[in-house]
Design a protein around this ligand. Structure first.
Ligand code: SAM
Ligand code: SF4
Ligand code: SF4
Length: 328
């Protein structure tokens, strides 16, 4: 099934809560206090039903996100349901890592395939500044250790790069995770949502990130392994692992964007920067049949024309959904 620009439907990100135990300045600043109520959230049964139908329409990979997905009670029960969907090849989760010492074993036992953990710096003052003063580096490292022990290695470690904030600590991160065999992914700071006061001057372009690492730890490019891969991959020339850069701002990849996003309250978005979504919660709770729901979903993808990042300079002030709500 293809959209208007010929892109197949392949992956789905499901945000399961808009709440978070961090307040990263680039995502959900400290003054943000309005959250969805429990009744607003899709239930695990509703999420599983939608996922099942979307897999029938072509989805092969699902990533659970948030807010902070580990704050949703019984998350391992959702994992257990989703991994049983026939035709789903990959079930992953992205987390800030804080609750992994309590949750990693249960996630592994439930069948989760892969974990990505976000950690923006190993410098504690820098990290605390970025997460709203709510966590120390040691706590996320304990989460990473718990994930390793549960059998999730190698992990992906996401780093949002902001000029003048954490960009002086990138090489240190590269040294640290290279030795431990985890894959760092440096993400250009994006103009997601409206709360973070994004400015182009704060973006460190991917080519500059790479040049800084390459100057100390020489790199060479790796071929993309599948259509829709958002990270451009590089390996260390000494053969000791790889890193990725996600250049959504300076080198947009809308042409290969095969992704749908489901928010915690059941809105379906065809772009991270969409203004409106398809109200699936309303449809689900209206008693709609699977066949009709499938037809709605198929039509929604087939009508898709989004390519915000390619058009960004022409429309920088568009209204957008917040990152903690759509899940990155
Ligand atoms: N709470 C989890 C976490 O932080 O890993 C999952 C949700 S978070 C919204 C998903 C990813 O989006 C994280 O890696 C986060 O760093 C990234 N992110 C949030 N705001 C961003 C922004 N403005 N630009 C680039 N990445 C961003
Ligand atoms: Fe929370 Fe993740 Fe957003 Fe940080 S990036 S505020 S950890 S949802
Ligand atoms: Fe996909 Fe929208 Fe990002 Fe382009 S801007 S890559 S269409 S999510």
């Amino acid at each position: 099934m293809r959209d208007q620009l010929g892109r197949p439907l392949q992956d789905l990100r499901i945000s399961i809560t808009d709440r978070c135990n961090f307040r990263c300045t680039y995502c959900m600043p400290a003054h943000h206090q309005v959250f969805l109520s429990k009744d607003d959230l899709l239930t695990f049964e509703e999420i599983t039903r939608l996922a099942q139908i979307l897999v029938e329409l072509g989805i092969q990979k699902i990533r659970l996100t948030g807010g902070e997905p580990l704050l949703r009670a019984g998350i391992e029960n959702l994992v257990e349901k989703l991994v049983q969907i026939e035709g789903l090849h990959d079930l992953a989760m992205i987390t800030n890592g804080y609750l992994l010492p309590r949750k990693a074993q249960a996630l592994k036992a439930a069948g989760l395939h892969r974990l990505t953990i976000s950690l923006d710096s190993l410098d504690n003052a820098v990290f605390r500044h970025m997460n709203g003063g709510l966590a120390n580096v040691e706590q996320v490292l304990a989460g990473i250790a718990a994930a390793e022990q549960a059998g999730f290695a190698p992990l992906k470690i996401n780093v949002v790069v902001q000029r003048g904030v954490n960009d002086h600590t990138l090489v240190n991160l590269a040294h640290y995770f290279k030795e431990r065999g985890h894959i760092l992914r440096f993400i250009e700071y994006m103009d997601a949502g409206t709360l973070n006061n994004w400015r182009m001057e704060s973006v460190v372009p991917a080519h500059e990130i790479l040049a800084r690492i390459d100057a100390v730890l020489p790199l060479e490019p790796v071929e993309a392994s599948y259509l829709g891969e958002v990270a451009t991959r590089y390996r260390y020339r000494d053969g000791s692992g790889e890193i990725g850069v996600i250049a959504s701002v300076t080198q947009p990849f809308c042409g290969n964007c095969t992704r749908l996003r489901l928010s915690a309250n059941g809105q379906l978005y065809t772009c991270l920067f969409a203004k409106v979504g398809l109200n699936l919660r309303g449809l689900l709770r209206s008693g709609i049949s699977d066949d009709k729901l499938k037809a709605h979903l198929a039509k929604h993808w087939q009508q898709r024309t989004d390519r915000y990042s390619e058009l960004r300079t022409a429309q920088p002030t568009q209204e957008k959904i917040e990152m903690h709500y759509i899940g990155g």
